[in-house]
Design a protein around this ligand. Structure first.
Ligand code: 7PJ
Length: 285
């Protein structure tokens, strides 16, 4: 499966592409949150210029221990940003767990729902099915407040693969277009560094589900552990991890450092084209 249908877009994911992270938060773990709408919109435009194919707009931090954000505040943060960037022709994803925010974001022009809770909140699947937005189904063990306390799996790859298959089937049964489903192992969401590395080594097993695979490891703690670097100094580590994920089958890389990641993918692609490689592009229907 090489085309992802997301709202009015058809994204060619035969070659890996980049999703730029646009946090409209005060407490993002990576320290890049922007509560000011104009600054967030400007950053979104810059990521598009740098080669991002999708902008992932989020108003509620899901980092371990983050404070929840109420619905009105989340809407206030993300809707103006989504509206502005979608109106300029961007393929915008909304990073939220709340069905009401999903609905408003789609009305504002979002083409994709990125839910770290894999649309398990009551009402979420219905909102997605009633739209033509793509969905990213991410695995998380536990919930953000407590997920890093004691993550445990009998077999992390098998369990996550089964979970993603189950959620994708539930979405298809509810009427969501299977060409709009993306799956994601959820690096760092109820996982130890060893779990994260095991998943990255076996991404092929998740790619085999047949849905485009999204990986988000940008600036995460596992990279800090490996390099000893603070969160603001993990760009090189993030690019290396994104490239390794792409080589193992990831088709969408969710990153902060868009330009660096796009360049790294382009160089890899020039040396060692991906199977059935064609220039990655997005067409608007
Ligand atoms: C992820 C995400 C991820 C998806 C965050 C951060 C922490 N969504 N939202 N996958 N991580 N789909 O920005 O690094 O890995 S929040």
């Amino acid at each position: 499966m090489t085309v992802l249908v997301a709202g009015r877009f058809e994204l060619d994911v035969a070659t890996p592409c980049v999703m730029g992270i646009l946090n409209v938060t005060a407490d993002s773990f990576s320290g890049d949150g922007r509560l000011d709408h104009a600054a967030a919109i400007a950053h979104g435009r810059a990521m598009l210029r740098d080669g991002a194919r999708i902008l992932d707009v989020g108003g509620e931090s899901t980092r371990p221990g983050a404070a929840p954000v109420d619905e009105a505040e989340e809407l206030h943060r993300v809707i103006p940003v989504i509206e502005a960037l979608a109106a300029e022709g961007a393929c915008v994803s909304v990073d939220t767990m709340k069905p009401s925010v999903m609905r408003e974001a789609i009305a504002a022009g979002a083409s994709m729902i990125n839910d770290v809770n894999a649309l398990q909140t009551p009402g979420a699947v219905g909102v997605a099915a009633a739209s033509n937005a793509a969905v990213c189904l991410m695995h998380m063990q536990g919930e953000p407040a407590t997920m890093q306390t004691a993550p445990a799996y009998a077999d992390v790859v098998t369990e996550i693969r089964a979970f993603l298959q189950r959620r994708a089937s539930a979405c298809i049964d509810a009427g969501i277009d299977k060409r709009g489903i993306v799956v994601d192992p959820g690096i760092g969401f109820g996982k130890t560094p060893a779990h994260n590395l095991a998943l990255l080594r076996r991404l092929d097993a998740l790619a085999a589900l047949g849905f485009p695979l999204l990986v988000g490891i940008s600036r995460k703690a596992t990279l800090g552990l490996i390099t000893g670097r603070e969160v603001g100094e993990r760009a090189a580590a993030s690019v290396a991890a994104a490239l390794a994920a792409a080589v193992r089958g990831a088709r969408i890389l969710r990153v902060h450092d868009v330009r660096e990641t796009v360049d790294a993918l382009a160089v890899w692609n020039a040396i060692e084209p991906w199977p059935a490689s064609s220039p990655s592009r997005t067409t608007e229907q």
